[in-house]
Design a protein around this ligand. Structure first.
Ligand code: NAP
Length: 640
């Protein structure tokens, strides 16, 4: 695997251009680069120590200190431009000191190991699986895998299988790669995880925005498929309808459908990379079929309709509506939002901002800037907000918070609502959540959504929807709201993992029947009775507070390759996780989730299944998952 590599252009900029770029520098990252350029550890041993605090843009550094640092950096960069010399390579202790400077002194030894690996300073592959390369090449080549899906996780899986020399093919229901970033094309669609960490560890990108738009993400995954030569392995417009495990041969027999034609293929292992949020949820509201205007779901946007001057109704105020509603409001005659539960909003002034020109320049020219900057973004969003989602024992304010930190965060978010909605007490009342922050998916905004709600042509309705009529939507207060267009921003069938595929394991047991609406897997990856079937983004692997889902996928794929290595080494036909191992793991998951905001609250959320159990979320830290997925343990599997 190609390590993260600073492929830098030589510095030819003038003094002024360098100074201009430095004005956009992240203080901690540039200070660490200054160490690399000079070998002077004193730079980070002085009084200036930027801190990473939630919503602390100045990082605790005074303007005077920052200017002094930038002026020192300018001198160092000028010298480096005029006579580029060797870079200082910190030894292990020095690297640790640099890590602590950026990430904080309280890091445990475990964190140091985890973060040193993530930082990948010496070009090591933080999420590679060494065990797979211990398997003789011939055995790897004889093994074959079917990957379902060519979205973020499917492409990653394919890259790792290819790198390991394992035969594989990928089937993808869409016409192209990208998964969620291919399907969701609604106006305003953008990533809401910080982009510098929402990217593969081995494929950093100089992102145009801190939270880039859908087309940029789609391109990134398309480029990935090209760069790693994956397209020739992918059958597009091909869906898996059914998969059956044959115990005698240890192979999966998989029924695929392409252009109406049904074919059977077989593979030693099947890796599902179908995602959690890809089957649109259209609620069964009485009368929906009678609507005489145009209606569609946000993930199936019908771009052929000109929405300008139209009366638009939007059902739902989740992550998708939050992004497209402000854009629709700019063109519509009127826009009416039907809100069932108000979302909590994390204010972030960078949400729509371009990455400043100086940061692009620094990433492209200053040794190690891109590496430290990505690492900082990763670490800032790693465990940062987990404490705010954890419940304090005995805390009893179910409609407000789950603990002291949760309450403090609630107050901060409420203050933002009050500021943005000043003078609109009606909206403030409707938009104030009565459940703890983080109990359902938090939404990010720089104020755009709330400003949209204040517009004259926008109305926020909180009365219950009674039915849909030919002319619009009728609410429980008897009002019939008239629309030309109705947009469903009503989310996805999140808890129906692997839906609508039929998957039959040992003894012909069907997966959905075994799960009976309570999907469980070991580490979210393997399911007892379904040998050689592996899930990415499976049950309880959704992270909602910390990190990026790509980090999770990288850990999962590393673990899957560990399982394959175990199977090949042992020479068995199949590998089946033991029921008691899976049960014990899920007890731990359930206990963990019960202590989190989402496990404590009764609020509606796609984190839960129909019976209210948290089936989606991961309750722990990133480092716990990283450790759990480093290798597959033989004792936890039956090898047949
Ligand atoms: P969502 O978060 O599940 O929101 C669905 C909305 O529809 C909610 O407001 C929900 O109300 C409402 N709703 C559902 N059924 C309804 C009914 N029968 N009557 C009235 N309202 C109903 O779906 P989403 O907005 O598509 O987002 C899904 C997830 O995708 C997000 O949570 C996020 O994880 C992800 N996403 C990510 C990005 C990104 O940038 N990375 C962008 C968009 C979405 P309740 O809240 O009361 O259930």
């Amino acid at each position: 695997m190609k390590p993260i590599n600073d492929q830098l252009d030589p510095i030819t900029a003038t003094d002024q251009q360098i100074a201009d770029a430095l004005s956009d520098a992240d203080t901690a990252s540039i200070m660490l680069c200054m160490v690399h350029l000079t070998g002077d550890m004193g730079i980070i041993r002085g009084a200036v120590k930027p801190i990473m605090e939630f919503l602390s843009p100045d990082e605790g550094v005074t303007e005077q200190d920052r200017q002094r640092i930038l002026s020192q950096a300018l001198d160092i960069l000028k010298r480096y431009r005029d006579s580029p010399g060797d870079l200082f390579k910190p030894n292990a202790d020095e690297l640790l000191e640099m890590l602590r400077f950026l990430a904080g002194d309280e890091m445990s030894d475990e964190h140091v190991e985890f973060l040193t690996s993530e930082l990948s300073m010496n070009g090591e592959d933080p999420y590679g699986q060494p065990a797979i390369f211990d398997v003789p090449e011939e055995k790897r080549q004889q093994f074959d895998v079917l990957v379902i899906g060519a979205g973020m996780s499917g492409l990653l899986t394919a890259i790792r299988l290819k790198e390991a020399g394992i035969s594989f093919q990928v089937v993808e229901k869409n016409e192209d790669v990208g998964g969620t970033w291919y399907e969701n094309r609604y106006p305003g669609c953008r990533v809401d995880s910080a982009n510098h960490s929402y990217s593969y560890s081995f494929k950093p990108k100089d992102w145009p925005q801190h939270f880039s738009q859908q087309e940029i993400l789609r391109e990134y995954f398309s480029d990935t498929a090209n760069e790693f030569g994956l397209r020739e392995h992918i059958s597009f417009k091909t869906e898996v309808s059914e998969a059956r495990f044959d115990e005698a041969t240890g192979r999966w027999q998989v029924q695929i459908v392409s252009d109406g034609e049904v074919r059977l293929i077989s593979a030693n292992a099947v890796i599902s990379a179908v995602g959690q949020l890809n089957r649109p949820n259209i609620p069964s509201i009485p009368g929906a079929a009678s609507f005489s205007g145009v209606s569609f779901h946000s993930a199936r946007w019908e771009h052929e309709h000109d929405l300008s001057g139209k009366r638009i109704g939007v059902i739902g105020t989740g992550g998708s509506a939050f992004q497209f509603a402000p854009i629709l409001a700019e063109q519509a005659e009127s826009m009416t939002l039907f809100q069932r539960t108000p979302p909590w909003i994390i204010p972030n002034p960078d949400y729509f901002e371009e990455v400043p020109a100086g940061v692009h320049w620094l990433q492209g020219h200053v040794p190690f800037y891109a590496k430290w900057f990505r690492f900082k973004v990763f670490w800032r969003s790693a465990e940062g907000m987990l404490a705010a989602a954890r419940a304090d024992e005995g805390w009893d304010r179910p409609e407000e918070s789950v603990g002291e930190v949760s309450q403090a965060v609630r107050d901060m978010f409420l203050e933002n609502l009050r500021t943005e909605l000043e003078g609109r007490d009606d909206l403030l009342e409707k938009c104030t959540p009565h459940y703890p922050p983080f109990a359902k998916r938090m939404l990010i905004d720089d104020g755009k959504y709330l400003r949209t709600l204040r517009k004259d042509n926008v109305e926020l309705i909180t009365s219950e929807i009674e039915c849909i009529t030919p002319g619009g939507v009728k609410t429980s207060d008897g009002v019939e709201h008239q629309f030309d267009v109705l947009v469903y921003g009503t989310g996805f069938k999140a808890s129906e993992f692997l839906f609508p595929m039929k998957v039959y394991g040992l003894g012909g047991v069907e997966l959905q029947e075994q799960w009976a609406d309570d999907p469980q897997a070991y580490k979210g990856v393997t399911v007892p009775g379904f040998p050689n079937l592996f899930c990415t983004y499976g049950p309880n692997t959704n992270i909602v507070v910390n990190g990026s889902i790509i980090f999770f996928s990288e850990c999962e794929v590393r673990y899957i390759l560990g399982c394959l290595a175990l199977l090949m080494e042992k020479g068995g036909n199949y590998l089946d996780v033991k029921q008691d191992v899976c049960d014990e793991y899920n007890r731990w998951i359930n206990e963990g989730n019960a202590k989190m905001a989402w496990g404590q609250s009764n609020v509606n959320t796609w984190y839960k299944n129909a019976s209210g159990k948290i089936t989606q979320n991961w309750p722990g830290t990133l480092i716990e998952f990283w450790q759990q997925t480093r290798k597959a343990n033989e004792s936890e599997y039956r090898i047949g």
